[in-house]
Design a protein around this ligand. Structure first.
Ligand SMILES: NC(=O)c1ccc[n+]([C@@H]2O[C@H](COP(=O)([O-])OP(=O)(O)OC[C@H]3O[C@@H](n4cnc5c(N)ncnc54)[C@H](OP(=O)(O)O)[C@@H]3O)[C@@H](O)[C@H]2O)c1
Length: 229
C-alpha cells in the first residue's frame, strides 16, 4: 500500500527537498503552504518524480489546518506521515522582539505543529500506523545554541521539542513522533553561508518519516545521531 505524507511549508527550502526524497521513496506527497500558487509551482516542478498534490494550509491558522484536513478527507486521502517543517525566524533578543514577532513565531513554529497533529494524528492512531516528524533546531536545544538563539525562534523550537516528547508519550508506539534538527542549511532561512546543502538537511527528516516499526519515538536526531535536549 502506498503511504501518504503531508509536508508543511513544502514550497521551498528544506520542505521542498523533503518532498522530492519522499517521492523518490514511492510515497504520495501532499505539499502544503500558506501561498497556494507557490505550492502549485513547486508541485509542478516535482511532479515528474511521483504523485504530488498541492494544498493550501497556513499552519498559524487553526481553521486553515482544519479546512485542509476536511478537503483531504472529502477526497479520501488519509495522512500516514506528517512533517511539521514550516517555520519563521526573527532575529532579536527576548526583550527587543516585538509582540507581533513573539505571537507569529509562537503561532507558526509551535502552535502550528500542535494544530496539524490534532488534525492528523487521531487518524494515524485509528489506522495503527503513523510517523510525525517535527523539524526543530540547534537553536531550540539547551545542549546546543538556545542560550545564543534569536529568542522567539529558539524558545518556540524548544517548545516544539517538548511537545514532541509529550505527544510521543500520549500515543501508541505504532505512531512514532520524533524531532529532527537539520543543521545549518543553505535556504532562505539559513542563508548562503550555511554549511549544509538542502539534501543534507533533508536526510534526517526523511529517515524519521520512514522509520521501521522498531524505530525510536520521542527522540531528537540530526541525521542518524541522537541529540540531547
Ligand atoms: N535553514 C537552516 O539552517 C535551518 C536550521 C535549523 C532548522 N531549520 C528548520 O528547517 C525548517 C525549514 O526551514 P528552511 O531553512 O527550509 O526555511 P525557509 O526556506 O524559510 O522555508 C520555510 C517554509 O515555511 C513556510 N511557512 C512559513 N510560515 C508558514 C505558515 N504560517 N504556514 C505554512 N507555511 C509557512 C514558508 O512558506 P512561505 O514561502 O509562504 O514563506 C516556507 O515554505 C524550519 O522548521 C526551520 O526552522 C532550518
Amino acid at each position: 500500500m502506498r503511504r501518504t505524507a503531508l509536508v508543511t511549508g513544502g514550497n521551498r527550502g528544506i520542505g521542498k527537498e523533503v518532498c522530492l526524497h519522499l517521492l523518490g521513496k514511492g510515497l504520495r506527497v501532499i505539499l502544503t503552504g500558506r501561498d497556494f500558487s507557490a505550492c502549485e509551482s513547486a508541485a509542478d516542478e516535482l511532479q515528474r518524480e511521483g504523485l504530488v498534490l498541492p494544498f493550501h494550509m497556513d499552519v498559524a491558522d487553526g481553521e486553515s489546518v482544519e479546512s485542509c484536513a476536511a478537503d483531504l478527507k472529502r477526497q479520501g486521502i488519509d495522512i500516514d506521515i506528517l512533517i511539521n517543517n514550516a517555520a519563521v525566524l526573527f532575529n532579536s533578543d527576548s526583550m527587543e522582539a516585538s509582540r507581533v514577532d513573539w505571537q507569529e513565531a509562537t503561532e507558526i513554529n509551535f502552535l502550528g505543529p500542535v494544530w496539524t497533529c490534532r488534525a492528523f494524528v487521531p487518524g494515524m492512531i485509528k489506522r495503527n500506523w503513523g510517523r510525525v516528524v517535527n523539524v526543530i533546531s540547534g537553536y531550540g536545544l539547551y545542549s546546543e545554541a538556545l542560550a545564543n538563539s534569536p529568542a522567539t525562534y529558539g524558545v518556540t523550537k524548544a517548545a516544539l521539542t517538548a511537545f514532541t516528547y509529550k505527544l510521543a508519550h500520549e500515543v501508541p508506539d505504532t505512531v512514532k513522533v520524533n524531532a529532527i534538527s537539520p543543521g545549518w542549511v543553505r535556504t532562505q532561512m539559513g542563508g548562503e553561508n550555511a554549511t549544509r546543502s538542502v539534501e543534507e538537511g533533508a536526510y534526517g527528516i526523511v529517515r524519521a518519516a520512514t522509520l521501521s516499526n522498531e524505530g525510536p519515538t520521542g527522540k531528537i536526531f540530526r541525521d542518524d545521531m541522537r541529540l540531547k535536549i
